[in-house]
Structure formats: C-alpha cells, structure tokens
Ligand binder design. Sequence first.
Ligand SMILES: [Zn+2]
Length: 171
Amino acid sequence: MSQPWSKPLDVDRLSRGAAALDFDLALRQLPRLSSRAELIGGSVRGRVRFGRESGHAVADVSLEGGAQLQCQRCMLPMEQPLSGQVRVALLADEAEAGAVPEALEPMLARDGRISIAELIEEEVLLSLPIVPMHAAGEPCAPLDALEAASEPVAASTQRPFAQLDELLSHK
Ligand SMILES: [Zn+2]
C-alpha cells in the first residue's frame, strides 16, 4: 500500500508532456519529517510543473502550508507557516550534477523516477526552524507557567471580612 504522493513518477514522460501536478498532503507523509519528534501535525499543498531546460528534465515546485510544532522552550504547540519555491533539475545519474546550471537545484531521480514527496521534502525542511520556539511576544516560557501553577488559589479567601461585616450588621 502506498500513498499517491510516495508513488515514483516517470520523469521523462512528465517533462516531455509539460505536466502540472497539484498536491495536498499531511507533513507526516514526508519520510524525513515523520521522524522529527517536535512535529505535531500540519499539511502542505502546491503545484509541480514539469518541463525541460538545457537538456535536463526540470520541475518547478511551489508550496505553502503550515506546520504545528512543539515549542522546545515551553513544550506547547506553535504554528509555523510554510512557503517555498524551487526549480529542480532531475538527474538520472549523479555524474550529471556538475553540468546543471546554477539556477537549478540538482536532484537525483533514480531510474528516471521521483515521487512528489521526494520532490518537495527538501523545500519543506528548509522552511522549518531547526529548533522550533515561540516568537518574541507570543506566550511562552515554562517558568511563567510553573509560577502560575504554584500560586495559592485565592478565590475562596478573596473577601475575608465579608462575613464579619455581615455578622456585625445583624447585631
Ligand atoms: Zn513556547
């Protein structure tokens, strides 16, 4: 059983046909992301356009989405927007990498095949912080949370003299 996004696609056929494929997948479906402990969830969507340039099969990838990550300071969830754009040269052989124009990102398509997941994974990883943490100004920091939790509950003793006033007034 395989997800459609992990299915290897025929690069030559797609690039000759100038195919455009839309994708929308959960981040957990990306192999190198599923192993990251701080990933709670999220998804990425976008489009891949295949074509040819300088004798190479190329893929234009544009993506956007959002990741839910665990803040590594307060351990609570945080939102990380994702966006990226990359132009990839799909190589049948690693030896071709030297001949790829600088504007293109070389990527190996083993046996002339590549999956959408493989194509977008690197770009998604680049959009994610190495150590996710809440930005300045957002609620964060475990110390604040601990202090709040250890404060005595004051609600029941808020008006210690209210009852006394009442007793006096009934005299
Ligand atoms: Zn935080």
